[in-house]
Design a protein around this ligand. Structure first.
Ligand code: NAD
Ligand code: UDP
Length: 313
């Protein structure tokens, strides 16, 4: 039987790569998006395919569909976008997840939630295993997103306990690759676009904070294994290779235009100092680990942005 998949946020960065993988596997896909940060160009190549449907819809409103699997990714992921209307972000996380769980319960679908390493906040435990409960400021500028994802996880587990809904909770660590928006505001796209335009690269703070960057293809493989597996999670999916933001800037610059300057700007409030996933659970339960190094992943990502910058889009 062909699986019917609903992908919320399917026109976004991660969602559109997932659309590609499921369509290539011969499954049916309904892509649902309100196009806040998503683009039709990301999924244009599937328009008109008999197994593909596109619905413009906001997940804060309920919807009735017949599906087997719900991949719930709808939510802006970049601080610039999720902070531009923080109340909407909190609504998207809470009401969006509530509506999708309601749908999953009604039709007996399995739901995967795209949660985040941000549930660990500015972590006092390093690296972060799933058992760490996090250090999140409830009233800061990142809280709409961090607390939104925390309540979304809570809703999933309460639906599982109360209604037996099948859930899969994935804690995604910083992921990069083609189809991020050039003006997305996240660090990898910012640095690449700045370097391609011959501008200085903007380090927030002194650049000593760390992140661990996962290439999108690895991430999507982990997502599919989690959905197909038996474990509800939460499970960390990310690349344990940890870099300071300064190291990232230097790598990007040296690949594109080695003479460029690195300049500093103030560190945003509550910006986590360090982040690195423990992926023992993913290795054990899903047989998953990342295969693409930062240097290998930067290449196709830079090539993608080179094209976008040349086209002026
Ligand atoms: P993205 O901004 O590219 O994609 C989000 C998509 O959701 C967009 O297409 C947007 O238009 C859509 N959307 C937003 N609000 C919506 C709403 N109310 N109704 C319908 N659609 C809506 O971001 P992404 O990087 O692809 O992230 C996808 C998911 O993964 C998000 O839930 C994000 O929190 C999570 N995540 C991503 C990362 C990462 O590094 N990329 C890290 C942790 C978690
Ligand atoms: N950052 C930076 N310069 C930029 C954009 C981001 O130094 O132009 C920093 C940011 O302060 C954070 C890190 O890079 O410490 C990762 O930022 P991003 O927004 O990509 O992800 P998140 O903070 O949500 O992990």
């Amino acid at each position: 039987m062909t699986l019917r998949n609903l992908i919320t946020g399917g026109a976004g960065f991660l969602g559109s790569h997932l659309v590609d993988r499921l369509m290539q596997a011969g499954e049916e896909v309904i892509c649902l998006d309100n196009f806040y940060t998503g683009r039709k160009d990301n999924i244009r190549h599937w328009l008109g395919h008999p197994d593909f449907e596109l619905i413009r819809h906001d997940v804060t409103e309920p919807i009735r569909l017949e599906v087997d699997r719900i991949w719930h990714l709808a939510c802006p992921a970049s601080p610039v976008h999720y902070q531009s209307n923080p109340i909407k972000t909190a609504k998207t996380s809470f009401l969006g997840t509530y509506n999708m769980l309601g749908l999953a319960r009604r039709v007996g679908a399995r739901l995967l939630l795209a949660s985040t390493s941000e549930v660990y906040g500015d972590p006092e435990v390093h690296p972060q295993p799933e058992s760490y409960r996090g250090c999140v400021n409830t009233i800061g500028i990142r809280s709409c997103y961090d607390e939104g994802k925390r309540i979304a996880e809570t809703l999933c587990f309460d639906y599982q306990r109360m209604h037996g809904t099948e859930i899969r909770v994935m804690r995604i660590f910083n992921t990069y690759g083609p189809r991020m928006l050039p003006d997305d505001g996240r660090v990898v796209s910012n640095f690449i676009v700045q370097a391609l335009q011959g501008q200085s690269l903007t380090l927030y703070g002194d650049g000593s904070q760390t992140r661990s960057f996962c290439y999108v293809d690895d991430l999507i493989e982990g997502m599919i294994r989690l959905m197909n597996g038996e474990h509800p999670g939460p499970i960390n999916i990310g690349n344990p290779g940890e870099f300071t933001i300064r190291q990232l800037a230097e790598r990007v610059r040296d690949r594109i235009q080695p003479g460029l300057e690195l300049t500093t700007q103030p560190l945003p409030q509550d910006d986590p100092l360090q982040r690195q996933p423990v992926i023992d659970l993913a290795r054990e339960l899903l047989g998953w680990e990342p295969t693409v190094s930062l240097d290998e992943g930067l290449e196709p990502t830079i090539a993608y942005f080179r094209e976008r910058v040349r086209e002026g889009r």
